[in-house]
Write a protein that binds this ligand. Structure first.
Ligand code: C2O
Ligand code: CU
Ligand code: CU
Length: 576
């Protein structure tokens, strides 16, 4: 009996060595986790051995490469200290998370060398896999390619109620899929269109031991540009359970899953009965049509040239990402794929009150257009231009029209969206959940619906951009402010007589606001333009009467919002 076991063990090890010699030799790095409500990220320069014995200069968070996986609970108020020890300015963005613009870590929220940035926010997101990365304008690609990127796992009660694997590094694995370009000295080249080395969790040629049961993988495409077409080497079915921002309504059986830069997906693989065998996670890029970074031709027109793109063994061919070596069943294994997951409730199209059209185009047409720049509505990103001002609580439909020859993964901050259609057709099931990145193919039109809730800020904007980092850095980006809308004007205007606002129209220099109920205190007031732009805001603490000098305010129609100890009122006023 004992001898038999030893023999089996020998065969298993020997078998692994054989397949390892051919396929995968390096044990997959599993980033550490940080959990709780206080997180510290030290952004630092480092040295990391992608190739054993060779030091490559890198950047990382709390280490030489990548960053820890942050595990957060929905509803928790988290406090994050981001210390910048890079010797260079940076920012850190919580990709996919719904946080205020000031906490979002976009290009305006810079962290100077040596400084500490301390965002604090309530986790409002649904259980899913989010990620963080630098977002300094024109430097995003550099800092991400050098290594700074980490996952954020959000947990919530809805997810906890499901029978899903969720023990990190045991039956729930992070898989950060990237490609990089190395020079002859094995130093990272950035920017580059010659990314010919695939890696998972910064491990080239990786393997990971997995138990013989249902295992969950959290996939992130953290590449600068490359799209992956994920599948398993034996064409085994796997099950997608989550898209970018949440669980799907039910597990979706797939043999291929396309992941564009920035996109995440959670999948389940059932390894039962496979003990002693290895299954490869691959990208089947040979199946890509032209016009996708990753296909044989990155442009729709085969004579279009992208500098440096060819020759590259990854383009248009099938290649390994990570090898799963199946071992014994773990304790308390999940052995079944759940029948259903969560209730996904897309926003009804009829709720939308605003539509916006965004057209992607190359700056110069012609055979070298793939080298950029790419424009959105004919303009390039300008830090000083706000492209859209969006009223808080707006439900909007955005139409993305790609008039260029290459597919662009479009990403928007602040919100998760629901894809309405691709060229008028319902999106595939894998895209019917919450999304924050969508790959728009050449000549394709994609529509999504979303709502801009909870956070308004007149000064700090949110970004939307192509998540191909070369395109983003070249200016394929725009920004929007969400501003607080003055709501309920008509109702209050007619009904509420508690406050007197007079004279209206204002004749002289002063507008008077009088509270009528005894003991009511006027706490603050704010003045808005007709489009909802906040022009001024003032805290007061007046019992009875507020006299507002309006002599410096240009003639016109305004809204005044008054907050008292009894409530809030909004009035339309005319200044003459
Ligand atoms: Cu993942 Cu604006 O970024
Ligand atoms: Cu983002
Ligand atoms: Cu792009």
């Amino acid at each position: 009996m004992k001898k038999q076991l030893l023999q089996t063990a020998f065969l298993l090890v020997f078998g692994f060595m054989l397949s390892g010699a051919v396929h995968a030799q390096n044990q997959l790095l599993i980033p550490d986790t940080l959990s709780g409500t206080n997180f510290t990220l030290n952004l630092q320069n480092g040295q990391y051995q992608f190739y054993s014995g060779v030091n490559t200069t890198t950047m990382g968070a709390n280490g030489n490469i990548l960053g820890p996986t942050l595990i957060m609970k929905k509803g928790d108020f988290v406090d994050i200290k981001v210390k910048n020890q890079l010797g260079d300015t940076t920012t850190i963005h919580w990709h996919g998370m719904h946080v205020s613009a000031a906490n979002d870590g976009g290009p305006h929220t810079t962290i100077a060398p040596g400084a500490v940035w301390n965002p604090k926010f309530t986790v409002m997101d649904k259980a899913a896999t989010y990620w963080y990365h630098p977002h300094l304008h024109t430097h995003t690609n550099e800092q991400v390619s050098m290594g700074i990127a980490g996952l954020i796992i959000v947990r919530d009660n809805e997810e906890a109620a499901l029978n899903l694997p969720r023990t990190y590094g045991v039956d729930d694995f992070p898989l950060v899929i990237q490609t990089k370009d190395f020079d002859d000295n094995k130093q990272i080249v950035v920017p580059s269109n010659s990314d010919d080395v695939a890696m998972v969790n910064a491990t080239i040629d990786a393997y990971v031991d997995v138990p013989q049961q249902v295992v969950r993988f959290r996939l992130l495409n953290g590449s600068s540009q490359r799209v992956f077409n994920v599948g398993l080497s034996d064409n085994r079915t796997f099950y997608q359970i989550a898209s970018d921002g949440g669980l799907l309504s039910e597990p979706l059986s797939l043999t291929r899953l396309q992941l564009a830069p920035g996109e995440r997906a959670e999948i389940l693989i059932d390894f039962s009965g496979l003990q002693g065998k290895a299954v490869e996670l691959k990208s089947y890029a040979s199946e890509f049509p032209n016009g996708i970074y990753g296909a044989t031709n990155p442009g729709m027109n085969t004579s279009m040239v992208l500098n440096g793109y060819k020759p590259n063994p990854l383009n248009g061919s099938d290649f390994n990402l990570v090898s799963f070596r199946v071992g014994a069943t773990g304790s308390q294994p999940v052995t079944t794929i759940p029948a259903t997951l969560v209730n996904v409730s897309p926003i009804p199209e009829s709720d939308a009150t605003v539509t916006r059209d965004l057209t992607f185009s190359p700056q110069t047409r012609g055979m070298d257009q793939l080298n950029g720049k790419f424009l959105i509505n004919d303009v390039s990103f300008d830090m000083n231009v706000i492209n859209y001002t969006i009223q808080l609580n707006n439900v909007e439909i955005w139409t993305l029209e790609n008039n260029s020859a290459i597919a662009h993964p479009f990403h928007i901050h602040d919100v998760q969206f629901y894809i309405l259609d691709r060229d008028g057709n319902a999106p595939p099931a894998s895209e019917q959940g919450r999304k924050d990145v969508v790959l728009v193919k050449p000549q394709e039109t994609v529509r999504f619906i979303t709502v801009f809730e909870d956070f308004a800020d007149d000064t700090v904007p949110y970004m939307y951009h192509c998540h191909m980092l070369t395109h983003e850095d070249q200016g394929m980006m725009g920004q929007f402010n969400v501003v607080s809308r003055v709501t309920g004007v008509n109702d209050h205007f007619a009904e509420n007589t508690r406050l007197s606002v007079f004279p209206n129209p204002v004749q002289g220099d002063f507008l008077t606001v009088k509270a009528s109920s005894v003991g009511e205190t006027i706490l603050s007031y704010a003045l808005y333009s007709l489009t909802g732009e906040k022009l001024l805001q003032q805290k007061t603490n007046l019992t009875g009467e507020l006299k507002l000098n309006v002599s410096n305010i240009p003639e016109g129609l305004y809204f005044i919002k008054i907050q008292t100890t009894t409530g809030q009122d909004v009035r339309k006023i005319v200044i003459n």
